[in-house]
Design a protein around this ligand. Structure first.
Ligand SMILES: [Zn+2]
Length: 319
């Protein structure tokens, strides 16, 4: 009775009904819908409208970041350096020189070989993910320039079915590596994946062998391959091409492994060390070579390429 909103309501009731008395507590039964509706709309909706689509809350430091600032900073929190997920196309845009990227096998799409049906059919999953991401599958491949280096670049996208590796991901990457081998180009694959795609069963697992085989031929030509691991890179992808780089680099705090920590803990019945499966932990234990922040990635990759191509030639000529 004593709050301002009740007082306002009572005034409205009074005005509409022309009741001279202040005895309005009984009235809302008849007039409540008319009075309450505008009140809910005016307070609730306005609060939600402002941040939506304009601001993103950082899950680590909780600061609100202006979306355009976040995009400009390659989806890295300007306050605490938290690395948000980034799409394949945005990532390619951040690495290659403008207008130099020629995509290959852009229209290759998966086939529902097994006629897989779970909660939804594989076919409908593919369609909804294609619509959601604007991608045909979980990897974008092509040839482009990074600085003065022409490279074969494959970039995975976690938003397409968890970056899972099915026949298309495996085939596109294999063809990319084969083109690189033919043309004498370095390969860079940026991975993010939950592993092999269960909807394609064994056909997914076969991609591990196929990609690894192609990379072996590439290595035989003494051509460099840089594998970049981003959050998360797991299972079949980590157990094949992602761990085969001449140089393996990772983004800060990326989770990397084969089986997830919970599975390992349950199987081994042992306490896992702190920071287990993070990029930082794996650098310390020698599985990966370096951690590179996303805003520094292009510059660092150019340095590595220089070392792996020109630098090595120089070293060889001195030797
Ligand atoms: Zn932050």
């Amino acid at each position: 009775m004593s709050t301002t909103s009740f007082n306002k309501k009572s005034i409205l009731v009074q005005k509409e009904n022309n009741n001279g008395e202040e005895n309005t507590t009984v009235k809302p039964n008849t007039d409540a819908p008319v009075i309450r509706k505008p009140k809910i709309v005016s307070t609730g909706a306005r609060k939600k409208e402002i941040p939506e689509g304009l601001w993103t809350k950082c899950p680590r430091c909780s600061s609100m970041i202006y979306d355009s600032d976040l995009d400009e900073n390659l989806k890295v929190c300007p306050k605490c350096d938290y690395h948000f997920p980034i799409g394949a196309r945005e990532r390619i845009h951040s690495l290659v020189e403008t207008c130099t990227f020629e995509e290959i096998d852009a229209d290759m799409t998966s086939v529902d070989i097994l006629g897989f049906t779970g909660v939804a059919t594989y076919k409908s999953k593919l369609e909804s993910n294609q619509k959601k991401t604007g991608l045909k599958d979980a990897v974008v491949c092509g040839i482009g320039n990074i600085g003065n280096f022409k490279v074969a670049l494959g970039v995975m996208d976690f938003s397409f079915l968890g970056g899972s590796m099915g026949s298309v991901v495996g085939e596109k990457l294999t063809r990319l590596v084969e083109i690189a081998t033919d043309r004498g180009l370095p390969v860079i694959i940026i991975s993010t994946s939950g592993g092999a795609r269960m909807y394609e069963g064994m056909f997914s697992l076969m991609q591990m062998v196929k990609t690894s085989g192609a990379l072996a031929y590439h290595a035989k030509q003494r051509l460099p391959y840089i594998s970049v691991l981003t959050n998360p890179t797991y299972a079949g992808v980590m157990a094949s091409y992602a761990s085969l780089g001449d140089l393996i680099i990772a983004e800060p705090e990326a989770m990397i492994g084969f089986a997830g920590p919970r599975v390992i803990k349950d199987t081994t019945q042992a306490e896992l060390p702190p920071g287990f499966q993070t990029a930082e932990f794996l650098v310390e234990h020698g599985l990966i070579d370096a951690i590179v922040r996303r805003p520094d990635m292009k510059e660092q990759v150019m340095l590595y390429l220089d070392f792996l191509t020109n630098g090595q030639k120089q070293l060889a000529s001195i030797g």
